[in-house]
Design a protein around this ligand. Sequence first.
Ligand SMILES: *Cc1c(COP(=O)(O)O)cnc(C)c1O
Length: 378
Amino acid sequence: MAATQRILDFLATRRPSGPCLVVDLEVVRENFHAFEKALPDSRIFYAVKANPAPEILRLLASLGSSFDTASVAEIEMALDAGATPDRISYGNTIKKERDIARAYELGIRLFAVDCVEEVEKVARAAPQARVFCRVLTDGEGAEWPLSRKFGCVPAMAVDVLRHARKLGLDAYGVSFHVGSQQCDLTAWDRALADAQRVFATLAEEGITLKMVNMGGGFPTRYLKDVPQARAYGEAIFEALRKHFGNAIPETIIEPGRGMVGNAGVIKSEVVLISKKADNDNVRWVYLDIGKFGGLAETMDEAIRYPIVTPRDGDEMAPCVLAGPTCDSADVLYEKVPYALPLTLTIGDEVLIEGTGAYTTTYSAVAFNGFEPLRSYVI
Ligand SMILES: *Cc1c(COP(=O)(O)O)cnc(C)c1O
């Protein structure tokens, strides 16, 4: 989680001005190996959206990773990084038919669906391709739940996959995502129970599914401790055995946050410290990065990043923490104020840790003229 020595050395020697993300590839490499070790029988499809920096994609491609993509542009990035089409899935359930056709032209043969309408598109634009149907999960236990928008109830997944088969597609499996930053190890157990029911129902009709895509959700350590990859591996393997017995299907995982979150640190600067009234006891601290500069996951104060200051150790007091833009939504933490040293001063540089995932791609192009979050991958 903490900034590695390589990141600290980079910042000390390069002295980049303005807010920036620095990602240490060595940490990404360690994370990849930890996933491999924790779930040795699962293929790893890195969720490109978490951080599509070419250096990260190239490293993961060289380590043998596959890639979960959500658009033609992401497919092209994975191909450019050296992944072959058989190592790329088009995992977005919401695709234009012409994008499916383009992906098919590029060699992609594995597509996500969650309704018969999408199956129809895939059948027309990617004949005979493999499809997996995403089922809803409750997202319980996740700090960044994302399931309502994607997936269907398991009973509908049966219809969707049956329809896929009828249209000449390869009804390949079931997928789910237990919600991002999922710290409840039992979440996979509930989702795997649903997946198994879809397998069993279709098996009665002679349709043999082959794969379960267990999605992402693996956490990054922010302020609170999180279980290690090994604990996830054990819980997931137990759940697979419980629900599938000795007929465990092919499995895939799609870590995004868990692969890159702890590999990155954002360097930021204190722009202003002020109060709204003389008797206010909570200071406002304004950084040169906020919700529009890459910290979008502070929405609803969902993700609380660890912040390191040069004055840690001094007496702490709660602050409202905000970004630099002229939008009142650009407040990071207010409902639960953030404790920072009383001695913190305008111009101090702070490190926002655990920011390797979902930051660069969430930053606006030039809101208020602030440039998009710069990123260095070392
Ligand atoms: C975003 C996403 C992921 C990655 O999720 P994390 O919680 O970051 O691991 C995996 N699979 C799909 C389909 C996604 O949309």
